[in-house]
Design a protein around this ligand. Sequence first.
Ligand code: F6P
Length: 358
Amino acid sequence: MKPRIGVLTSGGDCPGLNAVLRGVVLAAEKLGWEVVGFRDGFEGLLPPGSHIILDRQSINGIMALGGTIIGTTNRGHFVAKVGAGDRTVVPANVITGAKNILDELQVRALIIVGGDGSMVTAQQLQEAGINCIGVPKTIDNDLEATATTFGFDSAVDVVMDALDRVHTTATSHRRVMIVEVMGRHAGWIALHGGIAGGADIILIPEIQFDFDKIANVIKAREAAGYLGTVVIVAEGARPKHGQQVKREVEGGEFRLGGVGEIVAHEIAKRAGKETRCCVLGHLQRGGAPTTLDRILATRFGVKAVQLANESHFGSMVSYQNYQVRHVPIAEAVNRLKLVPPNGEMVRTARDVDISFGD
Ligand code: F6P
């Protein structure tokens, strides 16, 4: 039997996951490994195990597919993290069960494609003696240990397209259009999408806003002859002295969302303008990956196999200075990368007349 390498996709999906799987399978085959894909994230490791053999045929034509052909979840028995910075422990019996499944299937190394929470789990599995390699994934682009992740560019592309569309209807109706985007505690999607889509106002978690200042910007725009205004608001943004808008609480977890409607309401009240809010939600996580994400995801998948082949266990693939390198998972976890409020991107946005409502 060929030596086996396992792979799973965990956490929220994003465009590019299938491109990683394709990269893993093709690179592994060249090195003589067989690839075992575990279904539905870490849950596939629960006894009796749920897996499929991934070969050339199973990955044929999946590069352009959104989502993940082996499924994923951001819930379940292996969730090691709830919210930003919190850390919980995966129960020992769950880890032992996973270890037994991997031993039974003779899987020597496990490639985990996931975000920060999944890397916390990966580190715990690694500490328990499972050979893990991490591949970072998130549309939020909020991992400090890698310059960027695949999925982010595709999400920004969706936002840019939405803004292009919203501009025309804002102008036709002389309205203020508010577009709420994802990103959790980081404003990267809003910032990049807002710049690319020519937003007039960008509201991000890293810069707290003031409703009156936003209203003043809108009134000034109107006085200057602009017919419409486009505001992009990150789901984690909040006003000065205000709270983030958390939509739902489930088993200690919360889901951000709803700030867009509040911003729309406050603008209508303070600027006397007609407003409409449009929440992009999971549209940002679906569809075909962009060129950049396809290439990055392929490079990440290939690198993960190389790391496994060289027994660099406990490492996470990382993109630094245009090179795909690796860092210890232990150093990568729980380090959020937020938008520097005085950084070059924010200053550039301000220089092209974008207000942050501050
Ligand atoms: O982390 C990715 C992300 O899409 C966030 O931007 C968003 O807050 C969250 O996941 C939504 O998760 P769910 O798929 O559980 O709704």
